[in-house]
Design a protein around this ligand. Structure first.
Ligand SMILES: NC(=O)c1ccc[n+]([C@@H]2O[C@H](COP(=O)([O-])OP(=O)(O)OC[C@H]3O[C@@H](n4cnc5c(N)ncnc54)[C@H](OP(=O)(O)O)[C@@H]3O)[C@@H](O)[C@H]2O)c1
Length: 172
């Protein structure tokens, strides 16, 4: 694979950070994202030291906020007129129900609404690349799709976690 410009959301920790490390080591231009400026700057230094390649830039944005996603897309487009890969990796798991400033359930907002919105906002920038890709990091929880309550995606009903029925011993 020739050198690509790759944005990884949630690259200050876990899978995103490990992916950033590997891609940098293979000579790609890696754009980091996180929600904590201090942590982001530390990760830039750490990855540069470990791989010998400095990440292209770090962007800070809380993906639970749609205003913040809009700002992130504008800032990204200003710095990177062309993007080859968007890796939607940032995610969270909230066992309790929390609601964002726009009134969406937090896990649903960060894991589903944010990647959808960011992808649409960056579509023009991605389409300038002949080999554009969007990679969505998901979960084996997709196997539980039969438990999804489509009319309760915000998890407002009691006895549910984020719109999924809690399985009873007799559930499939
Ligand atoms: N690890 C697993 O076993 C597993 C299983 C199933 C699915 N997944 C999926 O894999 C992806 C990565 O998971 P991981 O285990 O690597 O998680 P992780 O170690 O907790 O890292 C998550 C990353 O997302 C960032 N993030 C979380 N909430 C955010 C928000 N509101 N706005 C902006 N950034 C936010 C975190 O920032 P901070 O550094 O500030 O926390 C961090 O950089 C997620 O989409 C997750 O759902 C993981």
């Amino acid at each position: 694979m020739s050198a690509k410009t790759i944005l990884i959301t949630g690259s200050t920790d876990g899978i995103g950070k490990a992916t950033a490390r590997e891609l940098l080591a293979h000579g790609h231009r890696v754009v980091l994202h996180g929600r904590n400026e201090g942590k982001g700057q530390k990760v830039i230094k750490e990855l540069a030291q470990e791989t010998g390649h400095e990440p292209s830039r770090y962007f800070n944005a809380d993906l639970s906020s749609q205003n913040s996603i809009h700002r992130l897309a504008d800032e990204l487009a200003a710095f990177f007129p062309l993007l080859d890969v968007l890796m939607n990796n940032a995610g969270t798991y909230q066992p309790e129900r929390h609601v964002t400033e726009e009134g969406a359930e937090l896990t649903f907002a960060v894991n589903y609404l944010a990647p959808f919105m960011l992808t649409l906002l960056l579509r023009d920038t991605l389409q300038k690349s002949a080999s554009a890709r969007v990679v969505n990091v998901a979960s084996t929880a997709h196997r539980d799709v039969y438990r999804l309550e489509w009319e309760n995606l915000q998890g407002e009903r009691r006895g549910t976690i984020r719109g999924m029925r809690i399985p009873s011993p007799s559930s499939p």
